[in-house]
Design a protein. Structure first.
Ligand SMILES: *[C@@H]1O[C@H](CO)[C@@H](O)[C@H](O)[C@H]1NC(C)=O
Ligand SMILES: *[C@@H]1O[C@H](CO)[C@@H](O)[C@H](O)[C@H]1NC(C)=O
Length: 392
């Protein structure tokens, strides 16, 4: 067991090979360098002199010892998850751009095993959902139906995780891609997301009263719009306050007239804004994340009076214009309303699905980077990892 753990730690270390081994071998030299060239690691020699390195957006962060667990039964990008006690329910997502899942895989965090699998309703969306749970029922709102950059639908559901029965909820007033979604004060709140064309940020905010998987009202109610719209944000309710964290404006759009709704890239602005709603129903603006961060809708866990967030995507590289993934673990302290960077993941990853159990922080699935020196997205993964968390 010990050997196994040690090996895992070594392997995990190797993922950051160029940053960790180089930095430990040259630590004494590096510390002298740092005095002379504070940003030396942000620049590399290029054809035309010093250019911004691909990894300039990485923040310095402590190493964490990651242990690899059993991979999810399928690789999954843009999946969604909720944790209920020791079970992490992992929903739908893309296997690749041309294939989407329509089932749920369940990971038991006590025995560290993928222990169950069941189907989602045939008409339910396959990615870009809004999801929230009350600890038994899961609410699933709107989202994209089908692969590539297909249409979003308004159909919404609830799942009773005890009986695995599905029910319908009233349709959302308009389709949304990846809206921020949470249960708060007896109502299911849905905010932002992208509008029908997949790109235009929505700022609308709707809610509906729900209980035990049923809507108590026939229609969604309009609420105070969110100051900034867009998809792929973290949305967390804790201490009776609703937080919306990070996100982006704009997203890939279907190519006009493409019969398969082929995704084509459009301008995106990733941001690190944090908004909070309390009983006054007025949005408050809180301190920005340590860097712009998106694709984190299920990449968070609430631990010891703080919100932990793993990975994501940040602003594209200013010179190469490539998408860049995030490899840090962030902590938002709910008492001081401030951020810290508490560690590094085994690699950079977007749409990681996070759980926390018995002192361990877990993540599974998403899309990882091309390697320590290349933060561009590459492989869609089902890998599952955990690390023992020690918060201050
Ligand atoms: C998870 O696995 C543990 C150990 O086998 C078991 O005791 C527990 O009941 C499982 N959790 C659920 C919710 O089934
Ligand atoms: C959370 O707080 C408790 C009590 O102070 C402490 O024992 C525990 O180690 C903390 N958890 C983490 C993950 O740091």
């Amino acid at each position: 067991m010990f050997v196994c753990l040690l090996l895992t730690a070594l392997v995990a270390d190797a993922f950051w090979a160029s940053s960790s081994s180089v930095s430990s071998a040259y630590r004494s030299v590096a510390s002298i360098w740092v005095l002379e060239k504070p940003n030396s690691n942000k620049y590399v020699e290029g054809e035309h002199g010093r250019v911004l390195s691909a990894t300039f957006a990485d923040l310095s962060a402590p190493e964490l010892d990651w242990e690899q667990m059993d991979s999810a039964p399928v690789p999954r990008l843009d999946g969604y998850s909720v944790q209920i006690n020791d079970l992490l329910y992992v929903f739908v997502g893309y296997r690749n751009l041309d294939n989407v899942h329509s089932h749920i895989d369940v990971f038991n965090l006590s025995e560290n095993k993928w222990s169950d699998r069941f189907d989602t309703p045939r008409e339910m969306a396959n990615s870009h959902l809004g999801v929230a749970t009350d600890g038994r029922f899961v609410y699933i709102v709107s989202g994209q139906k089908g692969p590539q950059c297909r249409t979003a639908i308004t159909l919404s559901y609830s799942l009773d995780t005890k009986t695995k029965q599905w029910s319908s909820l009233p349709r959302l007033p308009a389709p949304r891609y990846a809206p921020a979604t949470q249960l708060w004060r007896g109502r299911l709140h849905v905010m932002g997301g992208s509008k029908e064309n997949r790109h235009t940020p929505g700022v609308e905010h709707w809610s509906i009263a729900v209980k035990d998987g049923r809507a108590l009202e026939k229609e969604w109610r309009s609420e105070v719009p969110i100051p900034r719209g867009g998809p792929h944000r973290g949305c967390v309710v804790v201490h009776d306050k609703l937080f919306v964290i990070g996100g982006q404006e704009g997203d890939f759009m279907p190519k006009p007239n493409s019969p398969i709704f082929k995704c084509s890239r459009r301008k995106e602005v990733v941001y690190g804004d944090v908004y909070m709603l309390d009983g006054s129903m007025k949005w408050q603006t809180l301190p920005l994340m340590p860097k712009p961060n998106s694709h984190i809708e299920c990449a968070w866990a609430v631990v010891n009076n703080s919100i932990i967030i793993a990975g994501g995507t940040t602003e594209k590289h200013p010179q190469t214009k490539r998408m860049m993934l995030v490899g840090e673990v962030f902590q938002f302290h709910l008492d001081s309303l401030s951020w810290s960077v508490i560690g590094k993941l085994p690699y950079r990853v977007k749409t990681a699905l996070v759980g926390y159990w018995d002192g361990w922080l877990y993540f599974t699935s998403g899309q990882r980077d091309r390697g320590p020196d290349n933060p561009q997205p590459q492989k869609v993964i089902g890998e599952t990892w955990r690390t023992k968390l020690h918060l201050s």
